[in-house]
Ligand binder design. Structure first.
Ligand code: GLP
Length: 246
């Protein structure tokens, strides 16, 4: 695991953009894995800026998102499809149909999960997966207790996660209770992982990720077993780590 600590959020985001850019140029048909939430917004802003400057094209790339709420239409402002369109997809040059987000309104959620795994495999696997982290160590929507062998599945959101995400909805009652999420195994299958964390609310989760016991009770702890993981942190998120400074 590599750990890089940055003075602020913008520097962390720029470093993440550089990793994505390298992954795009390193492969004939790069396959990217994207995350949502507040944390990667600076990354996407940086990628859009590079694209607008003529320095980065996604025309050969494909992407798979980590997760999507069950029951929200793709056009709902809080769907992760809307988030990705707004922050990245509509601002850059992916080919039509190149970006996959789970369909949280599929008639058969089980069939959608299986199709999602099959499509990732058919694309040759994910070259670089971007991750955020929940305050309870969740990755994607893999909440504490999710078995490490889980593939793309229908996940039940913890109350803590629903409370955290309530700011985006008209109160916690409006936050969906379920999501389709890549599983822990799906995430671990990616060739490279980059996890971004910003702010003091993530410091404990980051400490567990780096040096806690590897246990399903802290889903991100499994990342210690990945052969190619980079943690990009701002100072506040790194504050509980021993011997790490920016
Ligand atoms: C959400 C998402 C995760 C994200 C996490 C942290 O529930 N499903 O993929 O990493 O919460 O979000 P934020 O970056 O807003 O703190």
């Amino acid at each position: 695991m590599r750990i890089e600590v940055f003075a602020d959020y913008d520097q962390m985001s720029a470093a993440a953009a550089a990793l994505v850019e390298r992954a795009v140029s390193a492969a004939e048909r790069p396959v990217l894995g994207f995350a949502t939430g507040a944390t990667p917004i600076g990354l996407y802003r940086a990628l859009v800026a590079r694209h607008r400057a003529g320095a980065l094209s996604f025309s050969r790339a494909r992407s798979f998102n980590l997760d999507e709420y069950v029951g929200l239409p793709a056009s709902h402002p809080q769907s992760y499809r809307s988030y990705m369109r707004e922050n990245l997809f509509d601002a850059v040059d992916f080919a039509a149909g190149a970006c996959r987000v789970p369909d949280g309104q599929a008639d058969s959620l089980k069939a959608e999960c299986e199709a999602y795994e099959a499509q990732i495999a058919a694309a040759g696997g994910i070259d670089l997966q971007v991750l955020g982290i929940g305050t309870n160590g969740h990755i994607g929507f893999n909440e504490p207790g999710t078995p490490f062998g889980t593939l793309t599945h229908v996940a039940t959101l913890s109350e803590r996660t629903r409370q955290s995400n309530a700011v985006y909805f008209a109160g916690v009652e409006a936050v969906p209770k379920r999501a389709i999420s890549m599983g822990i195994r799906t995430i671990m299958n990616a060739r490279r992982l980059v996890l971004l964390a910003s702010g003091s609310s993530k410091a404990e989760a980051i400490r567990h990720t780096v040096s806690g016991p590897v246990t399903p009770e802290v889903p991100s702890s499994v990342l210690q077993l990945h052969p190619d993981l980079t943690l990009l942190l701002d100072r506040a998120a790194a504050a509980a780590l021993d011997g790490v400074s920016a």
